[in-house]
Design a protein around this ligand. Structure first.
Ligand code: LLP
Length: 463
């Protein structure tokens, strides 16, 4: 094991052995709504539609590849989280999953708050009219300039991530003649069962201040002493793409333990607890995510129970789902360029995008599903690997998938559940242009992030 590896291995959820793939689905034309956005369906002509618009029209008008986002589904999921947590809790959408000005406006309209983690995300939020007091500012190394801008804008909270930052934020707030509401992000020592790169609460990683060794208690001590800070709560985020609630249970237990120690030492009951995001979604039909109301019930019960046991007033809970809101609402629409059967192995299907629009397969060994969407087919299933157009053999979008054996260049295929961490992690590798995000609703398609152009690339290259 390498020195930097997660103690439980690079990916310590249940992992299928290399080369494993499940049997072909009974019906290759079926679209499982666990992984496809809610308004997706296949018309009588076999063409897939979303929000009342068919994918051939979308490809003609907007080109491929393109991220196609179901606005009604996004709003419904945002609302479901908001309703599930009710008036006594706050839902902060994690902008890192995907952020644009249209998304900010939808969130605002649906009553959600917003978690940003950079000056760029803050600027996007503010420019689309998100009230600053509904913004939380995160990050393990916020610059002085970012901190100043956040305080000047009046953000509702800054989540402090290190001892240096406690002093830095206090100093800047004081110099601006204000007192900034803050939470302290602690690492509770929980091993989230997910990929090591997206697990965040075990001790050997960069985020937060460890509970272990009294460090979190010391951070609280310092924050309470500084005039520029108003400490409103404790924050814990244990990782991403988590299905098992037991990690949250342990985290909540430890966070409440700290709240109790704070009460005993300082006579202060902090009014808020943030349990972060990280709730998993279905990327394939084998995944079984929980509904927001189940998650809300479980988290609220855990915190209430722990607080009753510690004789503490139950704090206001907040959560920060990103993927669970936007992930399932979009698919990536690609055109097939080449179909290359490799005897005895599999068929390589090349599309007009790749690791520049979805790095998750290469980076996390993520699994995705895929379907032929421009027509129905009754051909036999063939084992396929969907690859991109980049100069790299690791440029894989879907590692193992079944597609109809009559798949041909010019067909449109789509990869569902690409709403989160695909456009937001897209790159210009090989000077490939980043695809647009097209929002579809009630029979209308609207570009919310336009396709990058070669002029965009050349504008940055000052020659
Ligand atoms: N809150 C905090 C403090 C976070 O760091 C994150 C994610 C979230 C909330 C939202 O987590 P979500 O509900 O979206 O899982 N690029 C990786 C995911 C990195 C997540 C980083 N932090 C991926 O593609 O899986």
């Amino acid at each position: 094991m390498s020195r930097s590896a997660h103690p439980a291995g690079p990916r310590h959820a249940d992992v299928l052995p290399e080369g494993h793939y499940s049997a072909p689905p009974a019906d290759l034309n079926a679209l499982d709504h666990k992984v496809w956005a809610q308004t997706v369906g296949r018309g009588a002509d076999g063409v897939v539609t979303v929000g009342g618009v068919d994918v051939k029209t979308l490809a003609e008008e907007h080109g491929t590849p393109a991220y196609i986002l179901d606005e009604a589904d996004f709003r419904a999921r945002a609302r479901a989280w908001r309703t599930a947590f009710g008036a006594d809790a706050d839902v902060f959408y994690a902008g890192k999953a995907f952020l644009s000005r249209a998304v900010v406006r939808w969130l605002h309209e649906e009553g959600l708050n917003l978690d940003v983690c950079s000056g760029g995300e803050l600027a996007t939020a503010l420019s689309a009219g998100m009230p600053a007091e509904r913004i939380a500012f995160h990050g393990n190394n916020k610059s002085q300039d970012e901190i100043r801008r956040a305080i000047e804008a009046g953000v509702g909270r800054i989540v402090l991530d290190s001892f240096q930052e406690i002093v830095r934020v206090a100093h800047i707030a004081q110099s601006l003649g204000t007192r900034q509401k803050v939470q302290i992000r602690i690492t509770v020592g929980v091993e989230a069962h997910t990929h090591e790169f997206i697990a965040t609460a075990h001790e050997d990683q960069k985020f937060g201040i460890p509970l272990a060794g009294g460090q979190a208690a010391e951070a609280v001590r310092r924050a309470l002493q500084l005039d520029g800070l108003e400490l409103i709560g404790i924050h814990s985020h244990i990782g991403s793409q988590i299905f098992d609630m037991s990690g949250f249970e342990v985290a909540a237990h430890r966070v409440v333990g700290l709240l109790k120690d704070i009460r005993d030492e300082h006579g202060v009951e902090l009014p808020e607890v943030d349990l972060g995001g990280g709730l998993g979604i279905a990327y394939t039909s084998d995944d079984d995510p929980r509904e927001p109301h189940e998650i809300a019930k479980a988290l609220t019960e855990i915190v209430t129970r722990e607080c009753e046991a510690a004789k503490l007033r139950t704090p206001r809970i907040s959560v920060e789902p990103g993927r669970a809101i936007v992930g399932p609402t979009a698919f990536t629409l690609y055109e097939v360029g080449t179909v290359k059967p490799l005897d005895g192995l599999r068929t390589y299907v090349s599309v007009d995008g790749g690791m520049s629009d979805n790095i998750r397969t290469a980076l996390y060994d993520a699994e995705y599903s895929v379907a032929l969407v421009s027509r129905a087919s009754s051909a036999e299933p063939m084992l396929a690997r969907v690859v991109g157009k980049h100069c790299e053999s690791g440029d894989i979008v879907v590692k193992d998938a079944f597609l109809p054996a009559d798949l041909a260049p010019g067909d449109l295929i789509a990869v569902p559940a690409t709403g989160a961490y695909c456009r937001s992690m897209a790159s210009n590798y090989n000077h490939v242009l980043r695809p647009p995000v097209v929002a579809v609703k009630d029979g209308e398609a609207r570009v919310i992030v336009r396709r990058e152009t070669e002029e965009d690339l050349l504008r940055l290259d000052v020659g």
